[in-house]
Design a protein around this ligand. Structure first.
Ligand code: ATP
Length: 440
């Protein structure tokens, strides 16, 4: 089967996309991909229009000539080119910083349902598998480099994953293509290049089909990962169910449900859940989970991760990030109690049952507060909160309603309203999860 027909086969599900955009570095692989797509388009009028994107990282002076090279090639092929400049600071792990900046730029520029096509091939996939294996990756990492995933408002598709480097080379020579040889690809100080130039040739000397076999192993792992994902979804369905404090816009899981699972299933479910919030450190990260799970009920363990923290409270674990990592802020006077009152970094409150009262203020706990409850006398706020099961991380942020220095209501706890005024609190949400449309 020709390269064109194989490519067309892989891209069939994407043939109604508004546009195919080729991630065009100017190197051999993406030059072949762009050329192939232009040829396919000239033979078939029903395919989406093709254009190219080149990212200029500005990391090596030789690369300053690459946008111009890409422009010339695109002109010859009759496709549009967008050049995007990204800023990457030189230093350690510059390759992964460049990759991060590149994917961020791609994701920001993709319009809804557009498809970004990158040119990784079978040998790239094998080298990535070996690289990750040597770093001790788990199933998800080893399965990595999927053919399709979402990217921003569109999709990322890698249509050449079953094509080997030699085939791309032969195509380029046959069609007289010109491409850029990135000198940094020769530098074996980078682990990827070391694997490509020093390790793989030895492996292939003994096992000529190594790349193909490794790609097959990666597909098995991909399938295993799909099953682990399905299992995690099943296990999380129960753990996500919440009956108390469902007004808290903070993702959480029931400890009772998690504890009912085997330790390996607990970790699988958590790995899946946490992946939408933050990355896990490479090693030793489960000590944080064990501490949360096994803590006594009066302890308040915290598991700190890259983008937030997991807390324990009311027999659940809670993911705190964004505004939940800031302090609750300062007291705010309520000048017009008929209007909602925005609370700096703490959402907003609304008053019910008011009739033009003055001297109202929203404050936060400092310690030593009391509330005069009808028939129960003055009670310590601390004790009253202990009567509830409100998680500890909410207590310092719970808006308290004062009138002329007297505490008269606790937000969202109508049983403690002492003067007929109720405070309805809409706590802050992490905007990133709001965009996801769900806290689950
Ligand atoms: N500067 C660039 N501009 C546009 N596209 C690029 C650029 N660099 C790489 N790409 C695209 O990404 C593909 C993979 O390139 P490369 O192997 O160098 O990246 P990588 O860092 O290994 O990425 P990945 O982790 O996705 O494999 C290229 O074939 C090309 O389609």
């Amino acid at each position: 089967m020709s390269l064109e027909s194989r490519l067309l086969d892989v891209l069939k599900p994407w043939s109604t996309a508004p546009r195919w955009r080729v991630a065009f570095s100017g190197g051999l692989d993406s030059t072949v991909l762009l050329h192939l797509l232009v040829r396919l388009g000239s033979l078939n009028n029903n395919l989406p229009p093709v254009s190219a994107i080149h990212i200029h990282h500005g990391l090596q002076s030789v690369a300053d000539a690459w946008p111009e090279h890409c422009r010339v090639v695109c002109n010859e092929l009759g496709v549009g080119l967008q050049v995007l400049n990204v800023e990457v600071r030189p230093g350690s792990s510059v390759e992964s910083k460049a990759r991060e900046a590149r994917y961020k730029a791609f994701s920001e520029t993709l319009n809804p349902d557009e498809v970004l096509l990158t040119a990784q091939h079978q040998d790239d996939r094998a080298e990535t598998l070996l690289f990750r294996l040597l770093r001790g990756a788990g199933v998800r990492g080893l399965a990595g480099m999927p053919t399709v995933r979402t990217l921003g408002d569109g999709w990322l598709v890698r249509p050449l994953l079953s094509v080997c480097r030699d085939e791309l080379n032969s195509y380029a020579v046959e069609h007289g293509l010109r491409w850029i040889d990135d000198p940094s690809n020769q530098c074996t100080d980078h682990s990827r290049n070391f694997i490509r130039h020093r390790v793989m040739p030895i492996v292939q000397e003994r096992w000529p089909e190594a790349s193909r076999s490794m790609a097959r192993a990666a597909s098995h792992l991909d399938e295993a990962q799909q099953l682990l994902t399905e299992l995690a979804e099943l296990d999380l369905r129960e753990a996500r169910r919440i009956d108390r404090y469902d007004w808290l816009p903070v993702p959480s899981l029931s400890l009772r449900s998690l504890k009912a699972l085997s330790p390996a299933r607990q970790r699988n479910a958590l790995r899946h859940w946490i992946a939408s919030f933050t990355s896990l450190p490479d090693t030793d990260h489960w000590a944080g989970w064990n501490a949360l799970r096994d803590a006594s009920s009066d302890a308040s363990p915290v598991w700190r991760l890259a983008c937030g923290e997991l807390h324990r409270g009311d027999e659940r674990i809670w993911w705190l990030s964004g505004p939940w990592l800031n302090g609750p802020g300062e007291a705010v006077a309520w000048v017009r109690p008929g209007d909602d009152l925005p609370l700096p970094s703490n959402g907003r409150v609304q008053l019910q049952g008011h009739s033009g009262e003055t001297g109202l203020q929203v404050r936060y706990r400092k310690g030593g507060e009391t509330l005069a409850l009808p028939g129960r006398g003055h009670r310590d706020l601390k004790r009253l909160l202990n009567e509830t099961t409100l998680p500890g991380f909410v207590r310092s942020r719970l808006p308290l309603l004062y009138r002329n220095d007297e505490l008269i209501a606790l937000a969202n706890f109508p049983q403690f309203d002492v003067q007929g005024l109720s405070l309805i609190w809409t706590p802050p949400a992490d905007a990133r999860f709001e965009l996801m449309g769900s806290f689950e």
